[in-house]
Design a protein around this ligand. Structure first.
Ligand code: NAD
Length: 250
């Protein structure tokens, strides 16, 4: 497979790899994606009611319980070979940065160390009015508890209509500008501003490799499109890198 060979070559010589990941990278861990037509997370739910600041204020217990249910499920979920492959890459490339839209914490669980979470993390909590960080919040509360300032506590995730944390976004832009190799894994490339990151990286000269079972708007600018589930494709790339390293050392 010519494409695959050149990806391995490019990876071997890369100094800095940035992996932009979306819901698809966690699908093989059993977490539904956002848009998947058949099984998508939002198919049976109304995002306006469940994932907006207005929805939270209109019915705090409903939104709290929905996130509580998701947090409880995610606590038992394990990373899949795709997460592990990206973590393993750190041992082979000088700099590897993960920029994820996911809120599930699975990259960290797999061992990746340099992670920018653009949309927050479902296991963390802040207060609604002042964004005060909260200590561990217990599961199975019927409604959101209150912060020391009196405001309701909410999950530390970015809801529809909210801005991304400016520090994370700025750092993500800087990382793609200085990368020489960018993976775009399991994202539909539709949610802004995360969707603009591959274009910025491409403009700055990075080699773009997309991993996804389906084509997306990003496929057009990708230097290589590896079609299929990220667990298989990424672990296969790591295997090839390992085999070359063994061959060279022997
Ligand atoms: P998306 O749901 O819009 O797109 C998912 C993409 O993953 C699609 O392009 C699909 O073809 C691809 N995909 C499906 N199976 C795959 C596999 N096995 N391997 C690789 N790719 C696969 O997701 P998005 O672009 O990340 O945007 C949705 C938003 O929903 C994000 O803001 C994100 O924060 C949120 N979200 C997060 C999680 C999570 O934390 N795991 C889950 C669902 C949604």
């Amino acid at each position: 497979m010519k494409n695959n060979e050149s990806v391995v070559e490019r990876l071997r010589s890369a100094q800095k790899v940035v992996a932009l990941t979306g819901a698809g990278v966690s699908k093989e861990s059993g977490i539904p994606t956002f848009r998947d037509a058949q099984t998508g997370l939002w198919k049976d739910y109304d995002p306006e009611r469940l994932a907006t600041p207005e929805g939270f204020l209109a019915d705090p217990p409903l939104v709290w319980q929905w996130y509580d249910m998701r947090r409880e499920k995610i606590a038992d979920v394990q990373p899949n070979p795709g997460h592990y492959a990206l973590a393993e890459l750190e041992k082979m490339i000088p700099v590897v940065v993960i920029v994820t839209q996911n809120i599930d914490g699975l990259h960290a669980k797999a061992g990746s160390r340099d992670i920018i979470e653009l949309h927050g993390n479902i296991t963390r909590h802040i207060c609604f009015d002042n964004r005060h960080q909260q200590e561990k919040v217990p599961l199975k509360l019927k409604q959101p508890p209150c912060c020391r300032c009196g405001s309701l506590i909410r999950p530390d995730v970015v809801w529809f209509g909210e801005a991304l944390p400016p520090d994370s976004l700025e750092k993500a832009f800087a990382e793609v500008r200085s990368a020489d190799f960018i993976f775009v894994v399991g994202t539909s490339g539709l949610v802004q501003p995360a969707a603009s990151l591959p274009y910025i990286g491409k403009q700055a000269g990075a080699y773009i490799v997309e991993v996804n079972p389906e084509e997306t708007p990003i496929t057009d600018i990708a230097d290589c499109f590896l079609q299929g589930p990220s667990g298989r494709i990424l672990s296969n790339l790591i295997e090839q890198l390992r085999a070359i390293a063994v061959e060279e050392s022997g």
